[in-house]
Design a protein around this ligand. Structure first.
Ligand SMILES: *Cc1c(COP(=O)(O)O)cnc(C)c1O
Length: 412
């Protein structure tokens, strides 16, 4: 038997798409990616900018090295809120004073859920769905145990995502908090944020959105839509680097009634009063606990400049063009090999990654990584093709999906 052809077909060329891409020049802002020929995992870890090494060096030699402790007064004390404001303006549709950069997403989820639960003392249920990222589910289960609250699970088709209708069945007079992943980390489904917020508010409850898979790539209007609280990562589409601190947004008029449980000196009303008892800061600083991770915030600042320059709406337009192209290639090349698409196709219902399923993917992904084609694998059989608009070319998508096709043909 002759082996099946593994050369990619000539159809669906990428050149016209890259030539017409108004954001094409941004790709050069990023560091060269070594042996990687197709990076399809910017939704897990964004690439560093070319300015990042210089930024880190200047920080060590100047801000830290020679300004030393004076830098706290000169710039670091305000940095968490200043950066939060910039995320709010560039990506969240949030006015200043409501967003702060601080702990990991996991820790901020904990603080936010505890604060929201305490703000509805006459209610005892936390609503969450079974498709959420593990950390979200684990934090909710831990808080429920700790506070004697009840977890109300919504069951979601993993190829789709959470909807207003599914939530309407469980949200009611006992609901204190509803936690929603804006974009599903598995399917890429984009939840209807304004409609879900309305539903939750009509029931007298509070809503918390996890924006890890949407911030920097899906425009949103948190202020206008009346979202209560949101948290998100900065190392995915905001390219902050591994372990870069997350952010929390809290609606201005709700903020005074939110008391987060990790009372630390850096979130106190007067940080240097060294007072006997804890009084939280008036504003969003109250979400800070201890000394914020300044070093980890450096690459993020530069990426926010780039997001501002490109514009979040243009980023979304390229994201949709990239995912459209990925769908076309998947339909032409992979569906005939027996893969299933597990991402909604309507633009309004998808984020910036496309998930395909096949039992051989676990085996195939390891071989692809060896060749410098880097998607990721999610249990049990999902391969995620993550498309980070500012750093990804259409040619790269084509090379990657052709390599996935060749790898599937090779395993038979
Ligand atoms: C990536 C991700 C996280 C990560 O949380 P960390 O505390 O940064 O590890 C949380 N939630 C969602 C939905 C994610 O996609």
């Amino acid at each position: 038997m002759t082996p099946p052809p593994s050369e990619p077909p000539a159809e669906l060329p990428s050149e016209p798409l890259d030539a017409a891409d108004p954001l094409a020049s941004f790709v050069d802002r990023f560091m060269p990616a070594g042996d990687v020929v197709s990076y399809l995992d910017g939704n897990s870890l964004g690439r560093p900018l070319r300015v990042t090494p210089e930024r880190l060096t200047a920080f060590v030699t100047h801000d830290w090295g020679s300004r030393l402790i004076r830098s706290w007064d000169e710039q670091w004390m305000d940095r968490p809120v200043a950066l939060g404001d910039r995320i709010g303006a560039a990506a969240l549709g949030a006015a200043a004073g409501q967003t702060v950069v601080g702990d990991s997403t996991t820790v901020l989820l904990y603080k936010a859920i505890r604060a929201l639960l305490a703000a509805r003392p006459d209610r005892h249920e936390i609503v969450i769905d079974d498709d959420q990222f593990p950390t979200d589910r684990f934090v909710v289960e831990g808080i429920a145990r700790e506070r004697g609250a009840t977890v109300r699970w919504v069951h979601v088709d993993p190829a789709l995502g959470v909807t207003v209708d599914l939530l309407a069945d469980v949200v009611g007079p006992d609901t204190a908090v509803v936690l929603v992943n804006h974009v599903s980390y598995r399917s890429g489904h984009l939840a209807d944020m304004p409609a879900i917020t309305r539903l939750v508010h009509d029931a007298g409850a509070l809503v918390l959105f996890d924006l890890c898979h949407s911030v920097g790539v899906v425009p949103m209007r948190l202020d206008e839509w009346g979202v209560d609280v949101a948290v998100g990562c900065t190392y995915k589409y905001l390219n902050g680097g591994p372990g870069a601190p997350a952010f929390v947004y809290a609606r201005r008029d709700l903020l005074p009634s939110l008391d987060q449980p990790i009372q630390g000196w850096m979130g106190a009303a007067d940080v240097f009063a060294m007072a006997d008892g804890y009084t939280p800061a008036d504003g969003i600083r109250r979400f800070i606990s201890g000394t914020p991770p300044i070093v980890g915030m450096l690459p993020l600042g530069d990426m926010l400049d780039v997001v501002d320059e490109a514009g979040i709406d243009a980023i979304r337009a390229k994201s949709l063009a990239l995912t459209d192209y990925a769908f076309a290639l998947v339909d032409a090349w992979l569906v005939p090999l027996g893969i299933e698409v597990a991402t909604p196709r309507e633009p309004a219902a998808r984020g910036s990654h496309v998930t395909v399923r096949h039992p051989a993917f676990e085996q195939v992904v390891a071989a692809l990584w060896e060749e410098g084609v880097v998607p990721d694998f999610r249990n049990p059989d999902g391969l995620r093709i993550g498309l980070s608009p500012l750093s990804t070319t259409f040619a790269e998508v084509r090379v990657g999906i052709a390599a996935i096709r060749a790898a599937l043909l090779a395993v038979g």
